[in-house]
Design a protein around this ligand. Structure first.
Ligand SMILES: [Cu+2]
Length: 169
């Protein structure tokens, strides 16, 4: 009886060993494919943080800082948008739009109204923040659009002089 259990135990051990080997061989076979998937996933998740401020205490001074930003293609962009104005009524948003469409988007934004953050429903709008109060910082995330140049504008009524360019490279 004792001998039999030992034999069974040895058999089980060998069987397990065989199974483990099989699994290992399978892993090696699929390694190149698996690694490719991992690399692709990492590219999708590359997070790029950009900092943009809205500055100025009068209508003549208001501007984005900086006025040009570059981000890599296929990146996830985290925008930290700081309203640095402190004068009463200096409300700003950041609206990323197709190149050259800023003026039309801003015009349509006035009709969209404050309840929509002055952002119209328009395919040319790629990403946007809510309207920020003086001294407020808002953070949004979005996928970088296709390679190319885009404008960012403030669509708060009368702020059409606030414009910058985002390059996706
Ligand atoms: Cu503004």
């Amino acid at each position: 009886m004792k001998k039999l259990s030992i034999a069974v135990a040895i058999f089980a051990l060998v069987a397990c060993g065989g199974e483990a080997n099989k699994t290992e061989t399978k892993k090696v076979e699929t390694t190149p494919e698996v690694m490719e998937e991992v690399v692709e996933e990492e590219l999708e998740k590359e997070l790029v943080e950009i900092n943009v401020a809205a500055t100025g205490e009068s209508m003549a001074e208001i501007a984005f800082e900086p006025k040009a930003i570059s981000v890599p293609e296929d990146s996830r962009v985290r925008l930290v948008f700081e309203n640095k104005s402190s004068a009463e009524g200096m409300l700003h948003n950041f609206v990323l739009v197709e190149l050259g469409s800023g003026a039309e988007i801003a015009m349509a934004g006035i009709k969209a109204g404050a309840e929509n953050n002055f952002v119209p429903k328009d395919d040319r709008v790629i990403a946007y923040t809510a309207v920020s109060n003086m001294g407020e910082t808002l953070t949004i995330e979005f996928d970088a659009p296709a390679k190319g140049s885009y404008h960012y504008v403030c669509t708060y009524p009368g702020h059409t002089s606030m414009i910058g360019r985002l390059n996706v490279e």
